[in-house]
Design a protein around this ligand. Structure first.
Ligand code: ATP
Length: 644
């Protein structure tokens, strides 16, 4: 996610580069949507058929007119004229009814198609790895899930049908025109070739502009979203003016692109309107001369011109239909940009695969922690490099060897940027190690399905995220499916996290809606709820990334006292910055420059590691490594090797 909350220059958020226009085919892009349209194909075809019939019925009107003019009018037959009038009325009514039927046929199924595509996109986004979400601006994803899918529904409902309907109507109309008087017909058809060429040129240019506009709209969505989420920072630093300027610049870019699109559309529309009008004018002059020479009946000329005029709307609408189809093709490309992102392969589900961790449910963690053969959490030569790290930079984690015995609590201590958060994120496989392996009770995490892994490992991050749901729902998110009595679990978790009192004081207790990101709660309250979520499922392995950083000293002491009870029955890795948190642990691992440089009890490290002493006294807070330096400050041999 980009941080442009305080941006002054309205930087365009990074986004995947679209394919060059030459490689792109609007038809190919739209054809990829077939699997989603397939279930409603019968309805769509029926709707298109009904619309074709309705539209072609409109072409019968000139033929009736010809009959009225050459027949009853010439013969001064009033009854015949009335009959013709009634016939025209009936044809008009049937046409209107058929168009209404078309709309009814597509409305509901297409809402279903849009919902199915949105569900597929959402499901895919949930399964994509964290590295994808770090790379993609959230606004780009939001605009794909909303604006682009809406454009696609509009395309199925309107342009898709009417490209077929209008195409068929124009074809049938041309046959009627040629059949009535082929010389006049040819005059009318003269602009077809230049029109087709101009439309192709328009299509190419409009496709590029339309992609640009939709991407810029995504960037704008990102800025709006960040401005809303970061409203406190913006107000706090008085940056609303620069923020508004940044927004205006981006909005201006969108406006320019939209104006360019409008100019393109106006140009093609002018051509589409003018050329056929000129042709109709020429045919009118030629036809009148023919009628005057007696080569053509007046009725035929009336019918001919009425047919030509009836074809005006189908021809004129082509410009809009092509523009809308192009926007839909762009929306399809943007949809598939996300859907084509590969989901990392997962091991078979624990139910199907032999699972080295099979045994008690998460609720039986106590037994598991102490049971014979349980090996705890083991890192073996684990290396991790962020995909977007500068080339030549040292990996964030480098050859980590660490063993947390079953039932043990290990504190992870290190300067800012030393890799603590990265290491904790590898356990639930939020990132995949670049090398080495991580074992849970002897089972390689890479061989476990993500579902099985996450049922056993619970995490609480320093930055606690709460969802717009009740306290109960937020906390029970951490309970397994088979987590026993959720009420009792919730109570216990809230008690451990010292959250029971403030939750009871909320207007509806645990059923209080905590709002988007829990903004109505204090940082410490949110952190305690996140901690409750981590412990509610009685996980066998607990990973806590500095979970008490936002608490005051008294609350922290109370949480620690209650947390001891939980930690006694689980295998835990706890990132700690303060001595009070470190004291929760049996042993401490010191992480420095992405390497474990010492392991021991708090007292042992105080006696043996000056870096640890500095960290605990608050003196050393910044990791000394230079990300560009491949060997780090002490070179490859310079570290104490006390990891095992
Ligand atoms: N998404 C990322 N892409 C590239 N590099 C990253 C990314 N996230 C973190 N890093 C880098 O990896 C290193 C370790 O970061 P990490 O967040 O694990 O440190 P930390 O020890 O948890 O720091 P802190 O105590 O401040 O939370 C840092 O140099 C950081 O700049």
């Amino acid at each position: 996610m980009t941080d442009s909350s305080l941006g002054v220059d309205a930087p365009a958020a990074p986004r995947p580069t679209p394919r060059p226009a030459a490689e792109r085919s609007a038809v190919r892009s739209l054809l990829r949507l077939w699997p989603y349209v397939r279930p409603v194909r019968a309805r769509l075809c029926a709707a298109a058929f009904v619309a074709v019939v309705a539209s072609c019925l409109g072409l019968v009107i000139p033929l009736v007119l010809k009959w009225i003019v050459d027949g009853p009018v010439t013969d001064r037959d009033t009854g015949g004229v009335w009959l013709g009038g009634v016939l025209l009325l009936v044809i008009g009514l049937v046409e209107a009814l058929l168009f209404g039927l078309r709309r009814w046929l597509v409305a509901r199924p297409l809402a279903g198609v849009e919902a199915a595509m949105r569900a597929a996109l959402y499901g895919h986004l949930q399964r994509l790895p964290v590295s994808f979400h770090e790379r993609w601006p959230s606004g780009q994803l939001l605009s794909r899930a909303t604006t682009d899918l809406h454009l696609l529904r509009m395309f199925f409902a309107f342009p898709l049908t009417f490209l077929v309907v209008n195409g068929t109507t124009i074809l049938v109309g041309c046959v009627i025109l040629l059949a009535q008087e082929w010389t006049l017909g040819l005059v009318l058809l003269a602009p077809v070739l230049p029109l087709v060429l101009l439309c192709a040129l328009f299509e190419m240019r409009y496709a590029v502009a339309s992609r640009r506009a939709q991407d810029q709209l995504g960037d704008l969505t990102t800025v709006i979203e960040e401005a809303v989420l970061g409203i406190r920072v913006i107000k706090g630093f008085g940056r609303h003016r620069s923020q508004a300027r940044a927004f205006r610049e981006l909005a201006d870019r969108v406006r320019h692109t939209e104006l360019y699109k409008a100019r393109l559309l106006a140009a093609i529309w002018a051509v589409i309107l003018t050329l056929p009008e000129l042709a109709i004018g020429a045919a009118l002059v030629l036809g009148t001369v023919q009628v005057a020479d007696g080569e053509l009946s007046a009725g035929t000329l009336v019918a001919f011109l009425s047919t030509a005029l009836a074809l005006r709307w189908p021809v004129e609408a082509m410009g809009f239909l092509l523009a809308m189809s192009n926007e839909a093709a762009t929306a399809a490309d943007r949809f598939f940009d996300v859907m084509d992102e590969p989901i990392p392969p997962d091991a078979p589900d624990a139910r199907d695969a032999p699972d080295a961790l099979s045994g008690p449910s998460p609720g039986g963690a106590a037994a598991a922690a102490g049971r014979a053969g349980a090996d705890g959490l083991r890192f073996e030569r684990v290396t991790f490099r962020y995909p977007d790290a500068p080339p030549g930079a040292r990996p964030a984690l480098d050859g980590i060897d660490l063993h947390i015995r079953s039932g043990e609590t290990m504190a992870l201590v290190g300067a800012t940027g030393s890799g603590k958060t990265t290491l904790t994120a590898l356990v639930p496989r939020l990132h995949e190690p670049s090398g080495g392996r991580i074992l849970l009770d002897g089972a390689d995490t890479a061989a476990l399905s993500r579902a099985a892994l996450r049922a056993r490992v619970a995490v609480a991050f320093e930055e606690p995220t709460l969802f717009s749901a009740t306290v109960r729902e937020n906390v029970l998110m951490g309970a397994g499916e088979d987590g026993g009595d959720p009420g009792a679990g919730l109570e216990r978790a809230l008690r451990v996290a010292q959250a029971a009192d403030f939750v009871a004081a909320l207007p509806h207790g645990a059923d209080t809606q905590v709002g988007e990101q829990g903004l109505s709660l204090s940082g410490g309250q949110r952190q305690r709820l996140a901690l409750a979520r981590a412990v509610v499922g009685r996980p066998r392995f607990l990973v806590l990334d500095d979970p008490l950083s936002a608490l005051d000293v008294h609350t922290e002491a109370a949480v620690e006292a209650a947390l001891r009870e939980v930690l006694a029955t689980t295998t835990a890795l706890v990132v700690a910055h303060r001595p009070s948190t470190v004291l929760l642990a049996d042993r401490v691992a010191l992480l420095s420059g992405g390497r474990i440089t010492a392991v021991g009890t708090h007292q042992e490290l105080l006696a043996s590691s000056p870096e640890y002493v500095a960290l605990m006294s608050g003196a050393g807070t910044e990791d000394p490594r230079d990300p560009q330096d491949p060997e780090g400050p002490e070179g490859p041999e310079g570290k104490e090797d006390g990891a095992r």
